[in-house]
Design a protein around this ligand. Structure first.
Ligand SMILES: NC(=O)c1ccc[n+]([C@@H]2O[C@H](COP(=O)([O-])OP(=O)(O)OC[C@H]3O[C@@H](n4cnc5c(N)ncnc54)[C@H](OP(=O)(O)O)[C@@H]3O)[C@@H](O)[C@H]2O)c1
Length: 349
C-alpha cells in the first residue's frame, strides 16, 4: 500500500490521476492532493466523486515528505524544476509529467510497455520522467513495428486536442466555439492558451519555434523517441498541429523500414502487442477517431492504430493512423503504470 502525492491535482492531468487511483490502478494507503495556494480548501473528493482515502489539499510548501512513497508531478515544468529534486532527495520517488528532466541522462524516460528495463533499478536521483503525450502514443505504435522490420526514419504529423492545453485550454475552446456559433463573423484574437483562436481553426505551432523553425512540441517528438527506443540516430521529422478537438491526440505516421513488410504482417504484430487496439482494414471504419476513443473507459486506456498501409511502390514504406487519450495514455495512466512497475520491481515503498 502506497502513500502518493498528486501534485497539480486540480489540473487536467492531476484530476485523471485521482480518477485512476480511485479506480484502483495501484493499491493506496493515502493520496495527498497538492495544488497552488488558490486551491487550498477545495474538496476534490466531493467535486470529483472519489471514494479513495484522500487527504486535505495542501501546497508544496506544506507537503510533508515523511512517509510518502511517490509524488506524481503534473504542475508544469517550472514547478517541477523548482520543487521535484528536493522531494526526491528526501527519499520520495518523483514521477514527473513535465518536460523539466526528460533529456537528463541520469533520469529514465519511461513508457512501461516499451522500455520497462529502464526501471529495473531505482534511479539514484529519485526522478523518473514521463514522456510528452504525443511521444508516448507514437513510440507505443512504433515499438512493435521496429521489432518486426527495423525503423530507418519516421515522419509524423500530429493533430493535438485542446485538453493538451490543460483546464484552461478546454475552457477556451468551449467558450470560443460558443462565441463563433453565436456570431459566425467573429474572428477571435491572437493570444490565449494556444496563441491563436482554436475554434473552427487549425494552429500549426505548439510551443515556441527555435532557430531552425522547429517548435518546442516538435523538438520533443524528435528527441524523446530516440531515448525511449534506444535509437539515438533515428531520423524523426515532426509537424505538430493543435486542432479544435476536446480530447485525444491523433497522429499520421509515415515510417521508412529496414525490411519489407505487408500490411497484414504489421496488423498482426500490432494486434499481438498488449495495450494496442488495431482497427483492421477488413472492418469499417478501418480507423479510430478521437470522439469514439474518448467515449469508452476501456478505449481511453489503449493506443488505437488504424489505416495500416504499405505503399504499393515501396514495401519498406509504412503508414499508420494513431489515436490515444493524451490525458490517460499520454500522461496520467503512463505515470501510474510507472509507479505500478516500480512497485512490482520491489524497490518502492
Ligand atoms: N494535458 C496533457 O495532455 C498533458 C500530457 C502530458 C503531460 N502534461 C504535462 O502535465 C503538466 C500539467 O498539465 P495540465 O494539462 O494538467 O495543466 P493544467 O490543467 O493547467 O493544471 C496545472 C496544475 O498545476 C497546478 N499548479 C500550478 N502552480 C502550482 C504550484 N506552484 N504548486 C502546486 N501546484 C501548482 C495547478 O493547481 P491550481 O489549480 O491550484 O492552480 C493545476 O492543478 C504540464 O507539465 C504538462 O506539460 C500534460
Amino acid at each position: 500500500m502506497l502513500r502518493i502525492a498528486v501534485v497539480g491535482a486540480t489540473g487536467a492531468v492531476g484530476r485523471e490521476c485521482l480518477a485512476l487511483l480511485d479506480g484502483g490502478i495501484v493499491p493506496v494507503e493515502q493520496v495527498v492532493p497538492v495544488g497552488s495556494a488558490r486551491s487550498v480548501g477545495r474538496d476534490l473528493g466531493r467535486e470529483l466523486g472519489l471514494s479513495l482515502p484522500l487527504a486535505d489539499l495542501v501546497t508544496l510548501d506544506e507537503l510533508d515528505p515523511r512517509g510518502l512513497d511517490v509524488a506524481v508531478f503534473s504542475a508544469g515544468a517550472e514547478v517541477s524544476g523548482r520543487e521535484a529534486e528536493q522531494l526526491a532527495a528526501a527519499g520520495v520517488l518523483v514521477v514527473d509529467n513535465s518536460s523539466a528532466f526528460r533529456m537528463r541522462p541520469d533520469v529514465p524516460l519511461v513508457v512501461p510497455q516499451v522500455n520497462p528495463a529502464a526501471l529495473d533499478d531505482r534511479p539514484a536521483c529519485g526522478l523518473v520522467a514521463n514522456p510528452n503525450c504525443s511521444t508516448i502514443q507514437l513510440v507505443r505504435a512504433l515499438h512493435p513495428v521496429h521489432e518486426l522490420a527495423g525503423l530507418r526514419g519516421v515522419v509524423v504529423a500530429t493533430y493535438q486536442a485542446a485538453s493538451g492545453g490543460g483546464v484552461r485550454g478546454l475552457r477556451e475552446l468551449a467558450e470560443e466555439s460558443r462565441a463563433v456559433l453565436d456570431d459566425p463573423g467573429a474572428q477571435g484574437a491572437p493570444g490565449g492558451r494556444f496563441g491563436q483562436p482554436l475554434a473552427f481553426n487549425l494552429v500549426p505551432e505548439i510551443g515556441l519555434p527555435d532557430a531552425h523553425g522547429l517548435t518546442h512540441e516538435e523538438r520533443k517528438l524528435v528527441r524523446e523517441p530516440r531515448k525511449i527506443l534506444g535509437l539515438p540516430d533515428l531520423r524523426v521529422s515532426a509537424t505538430a498541429v493543435r486542432v479544435p478537438v476536446f480530447d485525444c491526440h491523433s497522429e499520421a505516421v509515415h515510417i521508412a523500414l529496414r525490411e519489407p513488410v505487408t500490411a497484414e504482417a504489421v496488423e498482426e504484430a500490432l494486434a499481438a502487442t498488449p495495450g494496442l487496439r488495431v482497427h483492421r482494414r477488413s472492418h469499417s471504419p478501418a480507423y479510430p477517431m478521437p470522439r469514439t476513443v474518448f467515449a469508452r473507459r476501456e478505449d481511453r486506456a489503449l493506443v488505437h492504430v488504424g489505416r495500416v498501409r504499405v505503399e504499393p511502390e515501396d514495401d519498406r514504406a509504412l503508414a499508420l493512423w494513431v489515436v490515444a487519450d493524451n490525458l490517460w495514455v499520454g500522461a496520467a495512466l503512463n505515470a501510474l503504470q510507472i509507479v505500478e512497475l516500480a512497485a512490482k520491481n520491489g524497490w518502492l515503498g
